[in-house]
Design a protein around this ligand. Structure first.
Ligand SMILES: [Zn+2]
Ligand SMILES: [Zn+2]
Length: 354
């Protein structure tokens, strides 16, 4: 049921705040600001022509890593423990609390690195669906292995792509960080999804996907088992989410067919991103799933977030400064117009379209 209070209030015209139903946060949307004149630069970047093998890359097959070990001559994907891990398995137990004012707890876990391909020159959208499926299978295997340690509470799979995101190596790869506590974003989403499930008996994201499939305004892609959309509450200009149509709590619960379908969705969505400004599109992306070794989470619904920083060209990015640091995030172009733009782009990568 739509609860529209004022006839004059238009989400496309008037500034408003939007509620992020997944986290409980709010964001300020100012659609009228896109009408102000833009004086920034618009430029094309030179074509990225990386070799398939880079002798100085610590992820390429056969190369030496920081700890002195040699990468195997792997054929598909390859996973290892980060030589500079932020979380270590042997951190001592500790819990400090001084008058409730100074609090700290020891953090223990592991950080793994996954190379998506032996080929230094490719990226996710340039892999075949079958190759992406092998990465998904490896993610599942890692989740199962890591969660066998009963002290682990959460496993975060993510990819940080592009120099603009501080990614130091262009070799296609992602990371897995696992830890003995539930991190902030997951903590918030667990509360919101749990509350919704208790009230409605359905997963929040199942109902949300149904609503988006009806409204169609923010849809980007749909296949048999997944949808990709710009969430109503998106903060980053071209932020998207991939959500499974069937509610599962974690990645390993996906069937073989669903994993292929997820691979297809990943390939098409990241191809659209590259097609937007004709560059290898930078982003931070990650899979959100239920905490592990933490009891039942019947409301949790597997999804993936893409947070890309670019705003209107290959080099003009959105900054999270000023009001956003001090109050809450803000955006100018609406989620609906970003979705319309992404929808209009081909799901076939411009390099594969020739
Ligand atoms: Zn490499
Ligand atoms: Zn999430």
């Amino acid at each position: 049921m739509i609860n529209a209070m004022q006839a004059n209030f238009d989400l496309k015209e008037h500034s408003h705040t939007r509620f992020n139903v997944l986290t409980g946060d709010w964001i300020l949307v100012s659609p009228h600001r896109t009408k102000r004149p833009w004086q920034g630069k618009v430029e094309e970047l030179p074509e990225d022509n990386r070799p398939a093998y880079d002798p100085s890359c610590y992820l390429c097959p056969g190369n030496k890593r920081a700890d002195g070990s040699i990468n195997p001559n792997y054929a598909d994907s390859f996973v290892f423990t980060n030589d500079f891990a932020s979380l270590l398995p042997d951190a001592p137990d500790g819990d400090i609390n001084i008058d409730g004012l100074i609090k700290a707890k020891s953090a223990r876990g592991t950080c793994r690195v996954i190379s998506f391909s032996p080929d230094h020159s490719v990226t996710l959208p340039l892999l075949s669906v079958k190759e992406i499926k092998k990465v998904i299978d490896l993610w599942c295997e890692e989740i199962q292995n890591i969660s066998a340690d009963p002290s682990i509470r959460y496993i975060q799979i993510f990819e940080n792509k592009g120099e603009i995101m501080g990614c130091s190596n262009p070799h296609p790869h992602g990371q897995i960080w696992a830890q003995n506590s539930v991190p902030l974003e997951i903590f918030k989403e667990t509360i919101q999804q749990g509350k919704y499930f208790k009230e409605k008996g359905n997963s929040l994201l199942s109902d949300y996907v149904q609503l988006e499939l009806k409204q169609k305004e923010r849809l980007v892609l749909e296949n048999e088992h997944f949808v990709a959309l710009v969430p109503f509450w998106a903060v980053w200009p071209y932020e998207t989410m991939i959500i499974s149509k069937r509610q599962v709590q974690s990645l390993p619960q996906l069937t073989n067919e669903e994993r292929l379908s997820f691979g297809d969705m990943l390939k098409k969505l990241t191809a659209k991103y590259d097609n937007l400004f004709h560059i290898s599109f930078p982003y931070s992306a990650g899979i959100h799933q239920a905490p592990v070794n933490d009891g039942e989470h019947p409301g949790w619904h597997l999804h993936m977030h893409f947070y890309p920083p670019l705003l209107r060209s290959a080099t003009v990015k959105k900054f999270m400064v000023g009001y956003e640091m001090l109050a809450n995030p803000q955006r100018d172009i609406t989620a609906e117009s970003a979705a319309e733009k992404l929808r209009s782009l081909s799901g076939i990568h411009y390099k594969e379209a020739k």
